[in-house]
Design a protein around this ligand. Sequence first.
Ligand SMILES: *Cc1c(COP(=O)(O)O)cnc(C)c1O
Length: 397
Amino acid sequence: MIPSLLPTYNRVDLAFEHGQGSWLVTEGGARYLDLGAGIAVNALGHAHPALVAVLTEQAQKLWHVSNLYKIPAQQALADALVDQTFADTAFFTNSGTEACELSVKMARKYWYDQDQPERVEIIGFEGSFHGRSSAGIAAAGGEKLTKGFGPLLPGFTHIPFADLDALKAAISDQTAAVIIEPVQGEGGIRPVSDADLKAIREICDAAGILLIFDEVQCGMGRTGKLFAHEWAGVTPDIMMVAKGIGGGFPLGAVLATQKAASGMVAGTHGSTYGGNPLACAVGGKVMDIVSDPDFLADVNRKAGAFRQGLEGLVASHPDVFEEVRGTGLMLGLKCKAVNMDVLAACYDAHLLCVPAADNVIRILPALTIEDEDIGAALTRLDQAATAVEQAVEGNTQ
Ligand SMILES: *Cc1c(COP(=O)(O)O)cnc(C)c1O
């Protein structure tokens, strides 16, 4: 019989009752060190006092009003994002996949208004992830996401990861835009090099097409800059944001230049909940904290320490791990052992990591992780790796 909860997740037998910083605690009081942070969502950890304060304060006043009315906290967050990024304008969603929907609509509407309505095609990269909506799965294209779901939203093509020649060859007079994650998350923590990201921008400029960055996972301070593309010194025309921006409250956004957004006039798009007062109260506070240069400097310092520790871990467990991947606090361990076995050993060591494609386990801690918790994480990863080695030895004897 089908469970009362639609079984689309293979859930671990763990439930948490509360959280504090980088720690999650079960009903029975067992403490787990959280290196997943809700898959890069709890950017400021669990129960951050400043976020609890703004959320509860807003909850006493007003939960929801329609976007028929002005929402001051939404306006303030848009102003802050425009002030701190390439963007001239922002639209708020509840999730990353809704940000994908709007990004695709915006790119197509732009060309429609340029009297080139045949330009509908969007070029994406293999191994990417843009969410589970119809546009999201069509944009990413992988069989795991699309198989069995009938005709896909038309107008998407896919090329190998960061393959510049394939990109040039794929562009035609029907191309509207290119969509890319500056650092692939679900695909296995695969950063696009700064040089390649620059080259992709140049190729799009030469062809006159739009460039969409999906920074749902790699944005909001995760890589040590407010947005990952800042490392490469290039900007997109449209950008998807979600996950970390709400610090755990559902919130996403599409940021865009004036030019790219020019077709999105009144009545062309909307959302009931998008940019709701509760979400924007929290998002505004997250933005205040994460965009502070001192905060980002600290993320970079911690990232350096964590990475160095992980390099040591890989060196001492060459049968379990192959390499460290990623940038900032968006890290991955490419495994030689089966990643799900390593993950299970982490659970036994009361450590939470997240699997990804390409036999990787992801390490996406709260950006606020304490130095001593980085130490504890490395100790527990070492325990988990040792347990995996012993299990392999046990099997071969
Ligand atoms: C998680 C993710 C999405 C989808 O976000 P949802 O909020 O789950 O819809 C899109 N793109 C990337 C890169 C993601 O990591």
